[in-house]
Design a protein around this ligand. Structure first.
Ligand code: 13P
Length: 249
């Protein structure tokens, strides 16, 4: 069964209206690629970003959503709101939200379910800390996060998993290709639809390491933070997909 490569950018709390020319800048790379391209800007820019990439095939997504559809939750944004603004995907359970906002696996599961219900593809993030990896517990931790964070009914659902080792995020450190290969294969074994679910790697993905990471069998794309803020770097990462073995799986 085919799994399409997905190159996703997470702008985190960065970007302004003046950043929207990014979409024109990456359009040539996106056009020349068989990969699906997704940018998750801050929610204040989502609607304008969706307008800016209309017709280009580039998609936009949210960085988080509330588990409820509406209600008295000051400052939060629901999945249907993201969808209305033009999102196709939403990141849930990013380690920065797990750390900054104390998000638990159970909450991430509820958010994933809310996303699906609103017609969004949840990009469910998991990953171990440095201490957990050094203690030899990386696979156990990630398997447990998956068991707690995947939607209750996840078979035949359009899910994306992002493996982002916490210690590799924004640090310039990347997991070795062997570690990534092992973890992605372990993650696949935890999934209800192992053959069709797209598993991204995230954590200091850059033009210089993208081809090696994307070349791994079980790596179906990347979730890119810092390097998604520069159109030249992000375009180079998109271009690295073409070096992934053809035909695309
Ligand atoms: P960096 O690419 O900046 O390490 O961030 C990764 C990330 O957290 C993407 O969600």
């Amino acid at each position: 069964m085919a799994r399409r490569t997905l190159i996703a950018g997470n702008w985190k709390m960065n970007g302004s209206v003046s950043s929207l020319d990014f979409f024109d800048a990456i359009a040539p790379a996106a056009r020349n690629s068989q990969a699906e391209i997704l940018i998750c800007p801050p929610s204040t820019l989502l609607y304008q970003a969706a307008q800016a990439c209309a017709g280009s095939g580039i998609r936009v997504g949210g960085q988080d959503c509330h588990a409820r559809q509406s209600g008295a939750h000051t400052g939060d944004i629901s999945a249907p709101m993201l969808r209305e603004a033009g999102a196709s995907h939403v990141i849930v359970g990013h380690s920065e939200r797990r750390a900054d906002h104390g998000e638990t696996d159970a909450l991430v599961r509820a958010k994933s379910e809310a996303a699906l219900e609103a017609g969004l593809v949840p990009v469910i993030c998991v990953g171990e800390t440095r201490e957990e990896r050094e203690a030899g517990r990386a696979v156990e931790v990630v398997a447990s996060q998956l068991a707690g964070s995947l939607p209750e009914k996840s078979r035949d659902m359009p899910l994306v998993i992002a493996y982002e080792p916490v210690w590799a995020i924004g640090t310039g450190l990347t997991a070795s290709v062997d570690d990534v290969a092992n973890m992605h294969s372990a993650i696949r074994e935890c999934l209800p639809d192992p053959l069709t679910t797209c598993i991204l790697y995230g954590g200091s993905v850059k033009p210089g390491n993208a081809a090696d990471l994307l070349g791994l069998d079980d790596v179906d794309g990347a979730l890119v933070g810092g390097a998604s803020l520069k159109s030249i770097d992000f375009s180079a990462i998109i271009a690295a997909v073409s070096r992934k073995s053809e035909p695309l799986r």
